[in-house]
Design a protein around this ligand. Sequence first.
Ligand SMILES: Cc1cc2nc3c(=O)[nH]c(=O)nc-3n(C[C@H](O)[C@H](O)[C@H](O)COP(=O)(O)OP(=O)(O)OC[C@H]3O[C@@H](n4cnc5c(N)ncnc54)[C@H](O)[C@@H]3O)c2cc1C
Length: 254
Amino acid sequence: MTLDNLRRSCRGSVIAAGDPQFREAAHANLWNRLIPDRAPDVVVRAADEDDVVAAVTFARANGLKVVVRGGGHNWCQPTLRSGGLLIDLQDLTGFVSIDAAQRRAVIRPIVSNRDIQRALNPLGLAFPTGHCPQVKASGYFLGGGMAWNPTVWGLGAENLEAIELVTAQGALIRASQTENPDFFWAARGAGPGFFGVVTRYHLKLHALPRAIHGSTHYYRLAEAPAVGRWLGAIAREVSPSVELSQFLVQAPPA
Ligand SMILES: Cc1cc2nc3c(=O)[nH]c(=O)nc-3n(C[C@H](O)[C@H](O)[C@H](O)COP(=O)(O)OP(=O)(O)OC[C@H]3O[C@@H](n4cnc5c(N)ncnc54)[C@H](O)[C@@H]3O)c2cc1C
């Protein structure tokens, strides 16, 4: 298969090194703007699952390594490698379905934490998304998913019922506890090392809590060890529904 064949078979765009829009395509949606000096040979901006299958098939036929870009939020820039083919999923977005009665939903990878809650909360439903509103589901689940309300609901990946993915052979398959369970196991924690392209996540939903309260307290850097010891001691006593975190951050403006 040639690059022209790939261009003809994709609904999305296929941009090769040397094309005028290549740099923009290779750096699309990277949250960390410290951009390393490495680039793929080809970027396929997939419009749908068929484009993902075509891109993987092309890469396989041409001996190219494949990397996937989801929401582009990984600080370490694992989606920028030297050479090979980059599949950018930014257009695989939105909910596929919500079954409020069965508390299930299916999403494409590029849906933000904010948009997941916005769609579910008016239905009296919620999901353990990550904390930052703009981060997308895509790579969040693959890293396990440090979620809201984790001690009650579990991590994000623990609330997946199934995934749909394109394998390295170019097959679109479904994986769950009972179908292709090895893929399902690996997808819930493999992070940047996952060996497939996830195109849909099947979510297990929860009742929307009547309230979630958050509070933030700032201490001077010198007090960090004492605060850490105090948090460590009270962590064993507070209700399991309390999520305790300690961060070292720049001080807010005075
Ligand atoms: C501001 C900010 C807030 C964050 N908050 C949280 C949080 O509350 N909880 C939490 O758990 N994490 C949080 N993270 C971390 C974030 O979940 C990870 O960095 C995650 O890898 C981002 O996924 P992505 O798809 O946006 O990233 P990308 O950089 O696009 O991808 C990350 C890795 O996953 C792979 N990948 C992505 N999507 C797919 C896919 N569909 N199929 C196969 N491989 C894929 C990529 O190839 C790459 O190796 C936060 C990050 C930022 C920057």
